[in-house]
Design a protein around this ligand. Structure first.
Ligand code: KG4
Ligand code: ZN
Length: 331
């Protein structure tokens, strides 16, 4: 089975081809630089940029996979959650392509796809415990079997990626600040400042908005004494913030491992690219003797390889969609 995956939920136009026999054949991403000057994604600009690059991105993914549209069996496309205008571009394109070339169509939940990105290179044994951490979501999910999953808890306010981006911005880092914060943190002391961490006992929920306020006030107070405080201590501040974001993620992951005794643990989503989180998860899972899978760094942030593999897994279970399926902005 040959699956063409298309992703356009936010600010990456992406297409990939997955073969049931040979695995991933191509993975093309066109990133949109137009948002950098605004410090965040501007939805209308994102939709227009998707429209400009969708055709060439899909063509390139087919060329790199050494195949044509005729060879494709299934078109898989992100159905949501995401920016509605952006979703519509990939969605309409996928529908048009599938309809005109008589292909099967599969709608893919973007958050599921982050989880199933782990299936590109591995076969995690069920039940799987997933810590899904992205720019818009932070969720602990018990995946009992393919597409049979239970949400254990999620964030009450900001997502972990959002916390990295917003706090990084306060520390003078450009959008998206997460990867930049990661680089600085690697040279810093995570104990430089002990920022408060929300524990929310008795739940698998998270909260990061208090941390944002704590960092804001900390910077404000320190700058009164030393106007160059942030510039002079950026590495240490980034390490301390990374510590405060990853600590509750690992704590709840540990509690869930103890309660649900999964056969494997996976990290998923853009923040699973974070060095500190990956290291802490490795240490924890070694201690708890449970296999840990983390997507290859190129499948952590938004990509179409994860859409293609999820499309393949759905198609292999006969989970196809009608042409009247609609995109959705929120979970
Ligand atoms: O999964 P993703 O690409 O898009 C969404 O579905 O939201 O996640 C993007 C998020 C952004 O907030 C970005 O700053 C964060 O993932 N991110 C990171 C790292 N790489 C990406 N956060 C911390 N450390 C990283 N290395
Ligand atoms: Zn994503």
């Amino acid at each position: 089975m040959l699956v063409l995956g298309i992703e356009s939920s936010c600010d990456e136009t992406a297409a990939a081809v997955y073969s049931s026999e040979k695995g991933l054949l191509s993975n093309v991403i066109a990133s949109q630089s137009v948002h950098e000057q605004f410090g965040g994604v501007v939805p209308e600009l994102a939709s227009r940029a998707h429209q400009q690059s969708i055709w060439s991105t899909v063509e390139q993914s087919l060329t790199e996979a050494n195949c044509s549209v005729d060879d494709v069996d299934v078109v898989a496309v992100t159905q949501g959650p995401g920016l509605l205008g952006s979703l519509l571009v990939g969605f309409s394109f996928a529908k048009g392509l599938a309809l005109s070339h008589n292909k099967k169509l599969v709608g893919v939940n973007h958050m599921d796809a982050h989880i199933y990105a782990n299936w590109i290179d591995h076969q995690p044994e069920f039940p799987v415990l997933s810590l899904t951490v992205s720019g818009g979501h932070t969720q602990l999910m018990l995946v009992k079997n393919l597409f049979d999953q239970e949400l254990l808890g999620e964030t009450r306010d900001d997502a972990s990626g959002e916390a990295f981006d917003k706090i990084g911005n306060m520390l003078g880092l450009d959008y998206p600040a997460g990867p930049r914060m990661d680089k600085h943190a690697q040279n810093g002391n995570p104990k430089f400042v002990q920022f408060p961490v929300a524990h929310l006992p008795g739940t698998y929920e998270f909260s990061f908005s208090g941390l944002k306020t704590a960092v804001l006030y900390h910077i404000r107070d320190q700058k009164e004494e030393n106007p160059n405080y942030v510039e002079e201590n950026r590495d240490d501040l980034c390490a301390s913030v990374s510590e405060a974001i990853t600590k509750p993620l690992i704590k709840k992951l540990d509690l869930a491992i103890k309660e649900f005794r999964p056969k494997s643990v996976v990290l998923a989503g853009g923040v699973s690219a974070n060095t500190m989180l990956r290291e802490k998860a490795k240490v924890l899972c070694k201690k708890r003797r449970v296999p840990l899978y983390i997507p290859h760094i190129s499948y952590c942030t938004d990509n179409a390889a994860m859409i293609a593999i999820t499309g393949y897994l759905k198609a292999s279970k006969g989970l196809f969609d009608d042409f009247d399926m609609k995109p959705f902005a929120r979970l």
